[in-house]
Design a protein around this ligand. Sequence first.
Ligand SMILES: Cc1cc2nc3c(=O)[nH]c(=O)nc-3n(C[C@H](O)[C@H](O)[C@H](O)COP(=O)(O)OP(=O)(O)OC[C@H]3O[C@@H](n4cnc5c(N)ncnc54)[C@H](O)[C@@H]3O)c2cc1C
Length: 247
Amino acid sequence: MVNWLKGVVVENRQWSTGLFSLRIDVPLGDFRAGQFVRVALDIDGEQVARPYSLVNAPHEDFFEIYFNIVPEGPLSSRLAALKAGDIVQVAEKVSGFLTINEVPEVDHLWMMATGTGVGPFLSSLKTEEPWQRFKKIVLGYSVRLAEELSYTETISRLLEEHPEQMEFVAFVTREVMEGAFNSRITTTIESGELEKRVGISLDPATSHVMMCGNSDMIQSVSGLLESRGMRRHRRREPGHITTEKYH
Ligand SMILES: Cc1cc2nc3c(=O)[nH]c(=O)nc-3n(C[C@H](O)[C@H](O)[C@H](O)COP(=O)(O)OP(=O)(O)OC[C@H]3O[C@@H](n4cnc5c(N)ncnc54)[C@H](O)[C@@H]3O)c2cc1C
């Protein structure tokens, strides 16, 4: 039985065409950075609920979700239309294993996101734990257009705070942006350009790769990593790849 909490929208921020974040005031309990909640609205008399990662870190005094409008989907466009003061339902239970405590002891953590999949990684990177545990953290963020790169202020702040430890790599696939790869994550792994750029290798002895977002990216990158001797991480059988597929 799901216990639904009443959430009040505090802010609806539009980042670019079709990309939004909602700050919600809701009495949620403890959670781990990287986890997700179920958010729901009543639509035509029926409750429609979907999972959304929390972008905020546990120590921050707000709850935030970041999402894109899926034109054919029932919930995302309605969430995007909410205004401050509107009510959303938020499930009390927070779930998910895309969390730092699930990552085995390694030197290098790679966080590879497509689109809104960057959210749970930002939640984790805003906490102390990853910076205490890993020598190097690579955040890879792939979008189609440069305007879709959101949370750039947060990313810049993290880079300033952790200049030696953090590498940020943007992938903008449909246009050229200075400093970003104009190709997919897979292409830059196959060509060796990604490892060259960040100065470390995707080696199973030293690396763990977390991926979030589009299942095509996750599947194709996983295939490349598996050919290098990496395997899916399970608690009972530790591996090198942790994923969360949004769609
Ligand atoms: C564990 C988990 C966490 C998630 N966290 C987030 C999040 O933080 N931010 C976020 O934007 N989405 C997230 N999603 C996806 C989200 O739950 C919804 O599916 C999405 O917002 C669309 O909702 P909808 O009701 O409008 O359409 P749906 O009925 O859910 O989906 C309609 C169709 O669109 C596809 N689809 C779903 N999401 C996307 C997308 N983002 N882009 C393109 N196609 C999509 C679905 O596969 C389906 O074919 C998450 C999904 C899971 C499983």
